[in-house]
Design a protein around this ligand. Structure first.
Ligand SMILES: Nc1nc2c(c(=O)[nH]1)N[C@H]1C(S)=C(S)[C@@H](COP(=O)(O)O)O[C@H]1N2
Ligand SMILES: [Mo]
Length: 538
């Protein structure tokens, strides 16, 4: 026969395990609540990002140098190790009283709340996750702490008690004749801690699934974007597809994609909101409906990535639908001292765009919601992104846009600038050969070479081509759509049989010709003439 009694004291290892499991429960349930509301408000991320923010710069640089793109995970993993150790120590200290354990959970709860409210994209419902997390942690700790005090004892059979000569109370009799059953004594605590561990894990998993179930496609399909001011139709002759150039408009599923997001952020238009704040006269909060209610313009714009090598593929062109960013900033009233628009994506990527470029007359900088007649695809920033003609994407094209702060270059350093890319990065004039392909074999005799060129904000004046270092020949240009898009070129050559090298260079309307000097993409874009080696004849 056995029964369970409270010993009034917790063993060290039970205490430590209670501490660790309670903190895991807090994180698991916080993740679940966040998954149902806004996964970015999960205490894991909130505390993780806060830790990253307060990490001294030299340490961050060390981490980046040592672990490269994985540095975020290394920091989060170190944070997890510290948390588990702290939880184990606090739990082990909670032998007689629950105070050390509860104190640690309260401290973590306070850090999570603080980290949440100071996030640039904070909104009130984000507080639910840290509060649920705290409550779950406290609940788990009380329960485990109580269970940990229990020990199972064997009670002697009635006959055995009869042999006792003393006339003590039933309780004292029991006490004197009980002894711990080896192995069985742990049962109550084992059951409790297994239940807690399992529910913490399930809650965490539930949070993950809930976050993944946000139905981006349903949100996209519910929208029908009709621009008030459609882009002019693309004229015939705007591309030389038959000669090997890309089609003028890049289909959404072929549009190049560059970002740091490990999983595509899932946002819904219905819950999207963005605060425009900082150095402005009036803060503005925008919802997706606010954007729809404004005049929607459609602009044909090429987007270019700074990391594109000479001849590289990271350029595409789309009809973007959105509202003019300059109109919104005029309403907000930009402080003349502010020279940088700092934007943040839902996953915490940051970007800095020069105010002067956006506010320049006819800048066509957009808060974009549509791409080629549809709402933005998830990969390209649904529900809202920025597009600024004339600037490389890393200083302008924030996807999954959720925050906009007017600031200065002196006060804020965005993601890639912290990693030694340039602060200001206008798109460089460039040209590329699309036909012939590298090391291809083409017929000797008449042959049409073709490619693309761009000189955003200025326009292309001419593209020249030469073969085997011969004289520069002027290529035919496609019909110009506007100065912010690529322009195709083609030229008929007469090729001798044998191996050749073809080069091209563009000149913009300011009379600037692309430099021959080869520089790498970092820090502000590659330069140099694209060159292709190929063979004519058989
Ligand atoms: N949120 C977020 N936005 C981002 C980036 C990113 O990493 N995260 N990368 C930028 C870069 S470097 C480029 S070139 C463009 C690419 O946009 P696309 O993927 O729609 O072509 O997005 C920009 N916007
Ligand atoms: Mo980029």
């Amino acid at each position: 026969m056995s029964t369970t009694v409270s010993t009034g004291e917790v063993s060290r290892w039970r205490g430590a395990l209670s501490g660790v499991l309670s903190v895991l429960t807090a994180l698991g349930f916080g993740h679940l609540a966040a998954g149902l509301i806004n996964i970015e408000s999960s205490p894991i991320f909130a505390v993780g990002n806060a830790v990253i923010d307060v990490t001294p710069n030299p340490m961050k640089e060390f981490a980046i140098a040592q672990f490269g793109e994985d540095n975020k995970y290394v920091l989060l993993a170190s944070m997890a190790v510290v948390l588990v150790l702290a939880a184990a120590v606090a739990g082990a200290l909670s032998r007689r009283s629950w105070i050390p354990g509860i104190a640690l959970i309260s401290l973590l709860g306070a850090v999570a709340v603080l980290a949440t409210v100071t996030r640039p994209t904070f909104f009130a419902p984000d507080l639910v996750a840290p509060i649920v997390s705290f409550a779950a942690g406290v609940g788990a700790f009380f329960w485990l702490h109580t269970a940990a005090k229990q020990k199972e004892v064997a009670v002697p059979a009635a006959g055995a008690a009869d042999t006792t000569p003393e006339e003590g109370s039933a309780e004292s009799t029991t006490k004197e004749f009980t002894w711990e059953i080896p192995g069985v004594g742990r049962r109550t605590f084992l059951v409790s801690s297994s239940v807690v561990a399992a529910s913490a894990g399930l809650a965490g998993l539930g949070g993950r699934l809930a976050a993944q179930s946000i139905d981006v496609e349903a949100s996209r399909q519910a929208l029908n974007l009709v621009p008030d001011e459609p882009a002019p139709p693309i004229p015939s002759g705007a591309d030389f597809v038959d000669n090997g150039t890309p089609a003028f408009i890049t289909p959404n599923n072929e549009f190049y994609r560059v970002d740091t997001a490990l999983t595509v952020p899932r946002l819904r238009a219905e819950t999207w909101r963005m605060r425009i704040h900082g150095m402005v006269d009036r803060e503005i909060v925008l919802t997706y409906d606010d954007l729809l209610a404004r005049p929607l313009v459609e602009k044909t714009i090429s987007l270019v990535c700074v990391s594109n090598e000479v001849g590289g593929p990271y350029i595409s062109t789309a009809n973007f639908i959105g509202v003019l960013l300059s109109d919104i900033l005029e309403e907000a009233g930009v402080d003349p001292q502010s020279d940088q628009i700092a934007t943040t994506s839902s996953d915490g990527w940051t970007c800095g765009t020069p105010v002067d470029v956006v506010m320049a007359p006819g800048s066509d900088a957009l808060i974009a919601i549509g791409m080629n007649g549809e709402p933005l695809p998830a990969q390209h920033g649904f529900p809202v992104r920025m597009v600024v003609p004339g600037l490389y994407g890393f200083v302008s094209a924030t996807k999954w846009l959720v925050d906009m702060e007017l600031t200065t270059f002196a006060d804020f350093t965005p993601y890639w600038v912290r990693r030694n890319w340039a602060e200001r990065a206008p798109v460089k004039t460039m040209s590329r050969i699309d036909r012939p392909k590298s090391f291809s074999r083409v017929p000797a005799g008449p042959f049409i070479a073709a490619g693309i060129s761009w000189a955003q904000r200025v326009g292309i004046d001419k593209v020249e081509v030469r073969v085997d270092g011969g004289p520069w020949l002027e290529a035919d240009l496609s019909t110009e759509v506007n100065i912010d898009t690529w322009r195709m070129w083609k030229i008929e050559l007469n090729l001798e049989p044998g191996s050749h090298r073809i080069q091209c260079r563009a000149t913009d309307r300011n009379g600037e010709t692309q430099t021959e000097e080869r520089v790498a993409p970092i820090p502000d874009g590659a330069t140099g003439w694209h060159s292709i080696a190929f063979t004519a004849g058989s």
